[in-house]
Design a protein around this ligand. Sequence first.
Ligand code: UDP
Length: 246
Amino acid sequence: MSQAQSDPVTPARYRRILLKVSGEVLMGDGGFGIDMKTVDAVAEEISQIVQLGVELCLVIGGGNIFRGLSTAAKGMERASADYMGMLGTVMNALAMQNALEKIGVTTRVQSAIQMDTICEPYIRRRALRHLEKGRVVIFAAGTGNPFFTTDTAAALRATEMGCDALLKGTSVDGVYDSDPKKNAKAKRFDSLTYHEVLKKDLKVMDASAVALARENAIPILVFSIHKHGEFARVVCGKGRFTIIRD
Ligand code: UDP
């Protein structure tokens, strides 16, 4: 049981949040694709947030399946490669929906690219209604446009849904000045301004996502999704995370 769950007096700090996880988070040690054990573990973390009474939106990347930019570099037209990347995010969304529903969390998948037999199309007001009813809404296919990323989709949907915070669940416990897995001397930040992230070109989220969050005054919290119970702790203002705001 997580610290936040075991402590009934710890209230969640936020009413409605959006969690962004990269596709790479779901790939486990495999190096490619979807590792169902890892998806189940992330689903377990998410269910703790629902139990806290927080309304939750979810955006999952697709980097574990297909990245438009790297394939375009090998000669494919960028827009087509990006559409393939967006389809990858739909696969991840369906895997996560399955894992969540298996443990009793009600979900809806809404895709920015219409595919009616698989999931709902993205309809803002309908998504808001799902959230009010306590359902987790998984936003698939990014923004629906090539030349964008799922980070930007996360900032966009967080804004549209009126989220109080955008949480980025990564494999490390915050933002560093260089990759802590490669550089033992990497410096970790407890807090940063949006401007500092952009100026230092820190690789936490892409610039358009950070700019959109700044324009709409949505704080970004970066934490480790692999540490058991940490998501719930962070939502309650505990645990280890880097906060980005003005
Ligand atoms: N993508 C896109 N438009 C979007 C979101 C994603 O074209 O609005 C494509 C793009 O090719 C990207 C791929 O989908 O490389 C996977 O998304 P992303 O790289 O953001 O996934 P992550 O790094 O978070 O796993």
